[in-house]
Design a protein around this ligand. Structure first.
Ligand code: AMP
Ligand code: TRP
Length: 332
C-alpha cells in the first residue's frame, strides 16, 4: 500500500507554538518521503460555535500558517475539509461503525464538554468519527500529531479494524501515529499542568504564531516559573511542571535534548534562562510570522491553493469512497 500522510488542525483561533512544535514542523519534514495531505478541519471547528466571517478568516489564517511553517503546496495537498464532501459521507458511515462505549471513553470530549455535557453539540461527541473519516478517506497510513491526539488515533484504528471485520474486506490500513520530538505536549505558560491551547481565555498562556518579537518577549517574561535554579539533568525537573515546560520548549526550538539544555544552563535562574529562551523563540518564529503576514495579504493566492488542493484531495478520495459504498451495499 502507498505510504500516505494525513493531518489537520482546527481553524478555531490563533495557531500557536504547540501546533508548531507538536505538529507543523513534523508535517514539513515528512514531505520529502511521503505523499502528504494537510487539511484545515473547518467541519471539526463548528462542533463549537464559530462566527461565519471569523471562520472564513481563520481558515485562510490556518492555511497561511501551514505554508509559512514550510508546507509546500506544490509537494503536499493543502485544502479545507468542508470542500470535499467525502469527509461527511464517510463520517456518517463511521457513526454507524463506532460504538457509543468507545466514544464515552474519549477524554477530549470530556474536557471540552465540561460540566455542561447535555448542552454540548452532538457533533462534539462524534468528532473522533469525523477525524477517523478524514484519515481513512485517503487510506492514510501515517498521521503526525501532538500527544493529545493519541487516543483519537487509537479509535481510528479500532474503527478501521471493525469495518474490515464486519464487511470481510481488507479495505482500510492500520494507521501509525507519528508523535515526535520534545514538543509533543507544550504546556500553558500560565499553568504547567494544562496544555497550551487555542481555547485558553488567557493570551498569556500561549505564544501565537502571529505574535511579534515584543509580544513573545513579554509573554515569556511573564511565564510562571519557580524560584529554584536549573538542575544538571532534566530528570531533576520532576515536580516542577512550569520549569519542565520552558526547558522542553527550548529543547524543541533548538533541536537539543532536555539534558543538554540543563547542562548548558545548570545553576542559572529563570531570569537568565527566559532571556535565552526569548532569543531562540524569536529567531525561530520571526520568519514564520513574517511569511504568515505576507501570505495573509494575498487572499487570492491562499484561496487558489485551497481550491486546487481540494480538487486533488477529491480525486484521491472518490475511488476509495466508492470501494466503501460497494462493500456496504450502497447502490451508486
Ligand atoms: P488543534 O489546534 O487542536 O487543532 O491541533 C492541531 C495539531 O496541533 C494536533 O496535531 C495537535 O496534537 C497539535 N497540538 C495542539 N496543541 C498542542 C500542544 N499544546 N502541544 C503539542 N501539540 C499540540
Ligand atoms: N482533532 C485534531 C486536533 O484537534 C485535528 C484533526 C482533525 C486531525 N482531523 C484530523 C488530526 C486527522 C490528524 C488527522 O488536533
Amino acid at each position: 500500500m502507498t505510504k500516505r500522510v494525513f493531518s489537520g488542525a482546527q481553524p478555531s483561533g490563533n495557531m500557536h507554538l504547540g501546533n508548531y512544535l507538536g505538529a507543523f514542523r513534523n508535517w514539513v519534514k515528512l514531505q520529502d518521503d511521503f505523499e502528504c495531505i494537510y487539511c484545515v478541519v473547518d467541519m471539526h471547528a463548528i462542533t463549537v460555535w464559530q462566527d461565519p466571517a471569523d471562520l472564513r478568516a481563520q481558515v485562510r489564517e490556518a492555511a497561511a500558517a501551514y505554508i509559512a511553517a514550510g508546507v509546500d503546496p506544490n509537494k503536499s495537498i493543502l485544502f479545507n475539509q468542508s470542500r470535499v464532501a467525502g469527509h461527511a459521507e464517510l463520517a456518517w458511515i463511521f457513526n454507524c461503525v463506532a460504538r457509543i462505549g468507545w466514544l464515552n471513553r474519549m477524554t477530549q470530549f470530556k474536557d471540552k464538554a465540561g460540566k455542561n455535557r447535555e448542552k454540548a453539540s452532538a457533533g462534539l461527541y462524534v468528532y473522533p468519527n469525523l477525524m477517523a473519516a478524514d484519515i481513512l478517506l485517503y487510506k492514510a497510513t501515517h498521521v503526525p500529531v501532538g500527544e493529545d491526539q493519541k487516543q483519537h488515533l487509537e479509535l481510528t484504528r479500532d474503527i478501521a479494524q471493525k469495518f474490515n471485520n464486519d464487511y470481510g474486506i481488507e479495505l482500510f490500513p492500520v494507521v501509525e501515529p507519528i508523535i515526535q520530538g520534545e514538543g509533543t505536549r507544550v504546556m500553558s505558560l500560565r499553568d504547567g499542568t494544562n496544555k497550551m491551547s487555542k481555547s485558553d481565555p488567557s493570551e498569556y498562556s500561549r505564544i501565537n504564531l502571529n505574535d511579534d518579537a515584543d509580544t513573545i518577549a513579554q509573554k515569556i517574561r511573564k511565564a510562571k516559573t519557580d524560584a529554584e535554579l536549573l538542575p544538571a539533568k532534566a530528570d531533576l525537573l520532576e515536580g516542577r511542571p512550569e520549569a519542565q515546560n520552558l526547558v522542553s520548549i527550548y529543547a524543541a526550538l533548538t533541536d537539543m535534548s532536555r539534558d543538554a539544555v540543563c547542562a548548558e544552563y545548570e545553576g542559572k535562574g529563570f531570569g537568565d534562562f527566559k532571556k535565552a529562551l526569548t532569543d531562540v523563540a524569536v529567531t525561530r518564529l520571526a520568519p514564520i510570522t513574517e511569511e504568515m503576514a505576507r501570505l495573509q495579504k494575498d487572499e487570492a493566492y491562499i484561496d487558489s491553493v485551497l481550491r486546487a488542493g481540494a480538487e486533488r484531495a477529491h480525486a484521491i478520495a472518490e475511488p476509495i469512497l466508492n470501494e466503501v459504498k460497494d462493500a456496504i451495499g450502497f447502490m451508486r
